[in-house]
Design a protein around this ligand. Structure first.
Ligand SMILES: Cc1cc2nc3c(=O)[nH]c(=O)nc-3n(C[C@H](O)[C@H](O)[C@H](O)COP(=O)(O)OP(=O)(O)OC[C@H]3O[C@@H](n4cnc5c(N)ncnc54)[C@H](O)[C@@H]3O)c2cc1C
Ligand code: FES
Length: 314
């Protein structure tokens, strides 16, 4: 069986003109760029490498998720939080300036259309742990049950800026008329951004803040407890800090729910060449003398993985 890892041949290098740069809340920005060729190629859950400076500092591009894209308009939006030098420089760029971006990169979320098609795409639980193949890519579903998009409850789970790659996915489910839920956790209300975009798409938005300044007090996992899933099978799409991903993945696993996670690692090339972004994923080969895990590259095998692929304690 083959790994799905590959350098994304549809990626392009674009000189993207800044159409708008808006500070939504202190330190949280939305940037809209003109990049027609790149925008036409995007899939929900992919990311771009952003070169924020023509000089030496910072030398490396910064990975940022694709927050929105419009192939017809030729535009692309990014939602980012200022974390350090690179994102700080990005936030000081203004309309009329341009920056170099490279993408779209990586494997995105499993889309509703890839859930249908009978047993074609299905992988059994035993294959999840036994297969060398179960690394990266999103075509294979870790369940024995037939999966139809209309039997699925899409559950978007965001931690802080982890909300960034979810809107294009929410749009895809909205276009199918699905009832979807966003569970959105942050430290406080001043870190909740773009929740209204989801509400406008008909998504049921539920918020948890650690300081209780908005929604339920506590972490996003509070919102998962006692969730009424009706007769549907939840499919969780999760993005946020690693401890949160791990906690949500564990909860999903305990319940027998499907769960995809978008991982973040420090990146250099974004192309699968430098190995700076590796994480551990399961192979199940320990029974035949192997280690039971392998190194996967978040930039080309991910950033989206099935939660059951990931070695969380690695
Ligand atoms: C696939 C992917 C998609 C991403 N999407 C987004 C997004 O949509 N919006 C957004 O705001 N950020 C996103 N990030 C994180 C973003 O890349 C980092 O915040 C950014 O590179 C920081 O660069 P900097 O120069 O501002 O900070 P630096 O000076 O490089 O670092 C500042 C601080 O941030 C930490 N940091 C840097 N990179 C990461 C990382 N990848 N994961 C965890 N901590 C990090 C550093 O350890 C340090 O503490 C994404 C990362 C990946 C891998
Ligand atoms: S960033 Fe270089 S291999 Fe992933």
């Amino acid at each position: 069986m083959q790994k799905t890892s590959s350098i994304n041949s549809s990626a392009v290098l674009a000189d993207a003109a800044i159409l708008s740069q808006e500070e939504l809340k202190p330190g949280f920005f939305r940037l809209v760029l003109s990049a027609p060729e790149l925008a036409r190629r995007c899939q929900p859950g992919q990311f771009v490498q952003v070169r924020v400076s023509d000089g030496v500092a910072p030398l490396l591009p910064r990975p940022i998720s694709i927050h929105g894209f419009d192939g017809e308009q030729g535009t692309l939006s990014l939602l980012y939080h200022v974390a350090g030098q690179g994102t700080g420089k990005l936030s000081r760029l203004a309309v009329g300036e341009s920056l170099k971006i490279w993408g779209p990169l990586g494997n995105g979320w499993i889309m509703p259309e890839n859930l249908t098609g009978g047993s074609k795409n299905l992988v059994s639980d035993s294959e999840v742990s036994d297969s060398q193949n179960f690394v990266g890519g999103s075509e294979k579903i870790p369940t024995d049950a037939p999966v139809d998009a209309d039997k699925i409850l899409p559950l978007f789970v965001a931690g802080g800026i982890g909300v960034a790659p979810l809107p294009p996915l929410a749009k895809a489910w909205r276009d199918l008329g699905a009832e979807a839920i966003l569970l959105y956790g942050a430290r406080s209300a001043d870190q909740i951004v773009t929740a209204d975009e989801f509400t406008a798409m008909g998504v049921d938005v539920r918020i948890a803040t650690e300081d209780g300044s908005e929604g339920v007090t506590g972490r996003v996992t509070e919102l998962l407890k006692d969730l009424n899933t009706g007769d549907k099978l939840p499919l969780l799409y999760v993005c946020g800090p690693k401890p949160m991903l791990k906690a949500v993945a564990q909860l999903a696993d305990d319940q027998g729910w499907l769960c995809q996670v978008s991982l973040e690692e420090r990146m250099c090339c974004g192309l699968g060449a430098c190995l700076s972004c590796v994480c551990k994923t399961k192979t199940g080969d320990e029974k035949v003398g192997g280690k039971g895990w392998t190194h996967a590259k978040v930039c080309t095998d991910g950033p989206v993985f099935w939660s059951r692929e990931v070695v969380w304690n690695g």
